[in-house]
Design a protein around this ligand. Structure first.
Ligand SMILES: Nc1ncnc2c1ncn2[C@@H]1O[C@H](COP(=O)(O)OP(=O)(O)OP(=O)(O)O)[C@@H](O)[C@H]1O
Length: 367
C-alpha cells in the first residue's frame, strides 16, 4: 500500500468507500533550517477510525500532528478537514476553528476548577443548560460521573487523562488528536486504561489520531497504522498488513524484530541459507527477504544452526542462533535446547494456531 492510499482500504471494519474522509493530508512538508521535520506526508482518515502514528523519537510524529491541529504551518502541501482546506503554505486556520481536539501527554487540567468545570471550560458560549447537558453526557460516556465534583489533584493519572479527553471532546471536534497520551501512566495499568478509553471513544464514533512510539500500543489500538521514519511516511495500512507485508525493511523494523536474508527469487520462491521462502509477486533475481522470528522454529530437519544463548522472556524463551554467517534469534514456548547444542531451523509455521498464520514478512531490497 502506498503512503497516500486510503488508510481504511484493507481493514475489516473499514467505513464504506463512499464515506468522505474526515482528514486529508496531501504531500505536506515542514522545513526547519537545515532539515525537514516532515517531508511529502500524505494520508487520509475515514470517519470513526482510530489511526496511530508510529515512529522513533525525532521522526516528525508530533510535528505532523501539530500541523494537523493547526499549531504549526505547512511549508508545502495541504491539509483538509471535512473537505475544507485548513492549511496550505502561507495560510493556517487557527486550531480552535478547525474542529480538532488536542490532548498531550502532560495535558494539565485547570487546578482551580473541579472536573465538571474543567470539562465545560471551552463551551461557555453554549448557555448554562446546554453546557450542563453536554458535560453530563461526557461524564457518563467516559464513565467518570463519580468524579464530577472532584478536584484535579484528587485524580489518578488515568482519571486525569479521561477528564482531559472529555474536555477536548466537549467542543465536539471532528477529530481527536492525542500526542503520546498514555506515556505518563504506570506500565501495569497502562494497557487496561488505554483499552477501556479507546473502547469508549469507539462507542462514541470519535475519529482519533494517536501519536505513539510504542509498536505494541500502536498495533493494539489502531484501525489504521501510519509508520514514520526520518520525517517520511513509510507505510500506511492495518496493523496486520504492515506487520506481515512491510513496504520496506525500515517499515518492518518499526513493528518488531526482523531477520534479513539475502536470496534469489524465481517464480515466487526465494532460495536462502535457511531454505526456500515463498515471495509471491517478487520479481525474479536477487532479493532481500525479511522474516519475523515466529516464521522460524527448531525442528527435526532444516538448516543447521548452533545455539549461542537462551533467555527466558516471560511467555517463553528467546533463543539466539548462528547458522553460517547469519546470527538471529527465535522464540519458543517449549523447553529450549542448551547453549552449544546443534539444531535444525525450519522455515514456515509449525502446526500450532498461534504460529500457523505467521507468514514470512517479505520486502523489497533496501538500497
Ligand atoms: N521548532 C523547531 N525548530 C527546529 N527543529 C524542530 C522544531 N520542532 C521539532 N524540530 C525537529 O524536528 C524533528 C521532528 O521532531 P518531532 O517532535 O516532530 O518528532 P517526534 O517524532 O514527535 O519525536 P518524539 O517522539 O521524541 O516527541 C526533530 O529532529 C526535532 O528536533
Amino acid at each position: 500500500m502506498s503512503p497516500s492510499a486510503p488508510l481504511s482500504s484493507n481493514s475489516p471494519s473499514a467505513s464504506p468507500a463512499s464515506s468522505a474522509p474526515i482528514l486529508e493530508v496531501a504531500d505536506v512538508a515542514r522545513l526547519y533550517p537545515g532539515r525537514a521535520a516532515v517531508e511529502a506526508a500524505s494520508l487520509t482518515l475515514a470517519p470513526g477510525r482510530v489511526a496511530c502514528l508510529l515512529g522513533p523519537s525525532g521522526c516528525g510524529k508530533s510535528t505532523l500532528l501539530r500541523m494537523i491541529a493547526g499549531l504549526e504551518p505547512v511549508d508545502r502541501g495541504a491539509i483538509r478537514i471535512h473537505g475544507a482546506i485548513m492549511s496550505e503554505p502561507g495560510a493556517t486556520t487557527a486550531p480552535e476553528q478547525r474542529g480538532v481536539g488536542l490532548v498531550f501527554q502532560d495535558n494539565a487540567l485547570f487546578p482551580h476548577l473541579d472536573v465538571r468545570g474543567n470539562i465545560g471550560f471551552g463551551i461557555q458560549s453554549l448557555g448554562a443548560a446546554a453546557r450542563r447537558e453536554r458535560v453530563a453526557g461526557l461524564l457518563a460516556r467516559l464513565h467518570i460521573d463519580h468524579l464530577a465534583d472532584a478536584w484535579p489533584h484528587m485524580l489518578s493519572g488515568g482519571e486525569q487523562q479521561r477528564v482531559a479527553i472529555a474536555r477536548a471532546l466537549a467542543r465536539e471536534p471532528a477529530l481527536l488528536l492525542l500526542d503520546e497520551p498514555f506515556s505518563g501512566l504506570d506500565g501495569h495499568l497502562r494497557g487496561a486504561i488505554r483499552d477501556a478509553l479507546l473502547a469508549d471513544l469507539r462507542a462514541m464514533g470519535t475519529s482519533v489520531m494517536i501519536v505513539t512510539h510504542d509498536p505494541e500500543e500502536a498495533m493494539a489500538l489502531a484501525d489504521d497504522l501510519i509508520l514514520m521514519s526520518n520525517g517520511r511516511i513509510l507505510q500506511t495500512g492495518t496493523a496486520e498488513d504492515c506487520y506481515r507485508y512491510p513496504a520496506s525493511p525500515a517499515a518492518a523494523r518499526l513493528l518488531g524484530e526482523v531477520i534479513v536474508l539475502s536470496g534469489s527469487a524465481r517464480n515466487g520462491v526465494a532460495q536462502t541459507v535457511l531454505g526456500a521462502v515463498e515471495v509471491p509477486g517478487a520479481a525474479d533475481g536477487p532479493a532481500e527477504i525479511l522474516l519475523r522470528p515466529e516464521a522460524l522454529s527448531i525442528g527435526p530437519a532444516g538448516a543447521p544452526a548452533t545455539v549461542m544463548a537462551v533467555r527466558f522472556v516471560g511467555n517463553g524463551y528467546r533463543i539466539h542462533l548462528e547458522s553460517g554467517a547469519l546470527a538471529f534469534s527465535i522464540r519458543q514456548q517449549e523447553p529450549p535446547p542448551a547453549p552449544g547444542e546443534h539444531v535444525f531451523v525450519t522455515l514456515g509455521a509449525p502446526a500450532s494456531a498461534s504460529t500457523q498464520t505467521a507468514r514470512p514478512a517479505t520486502g523489497p531490497r533496501e538500497n
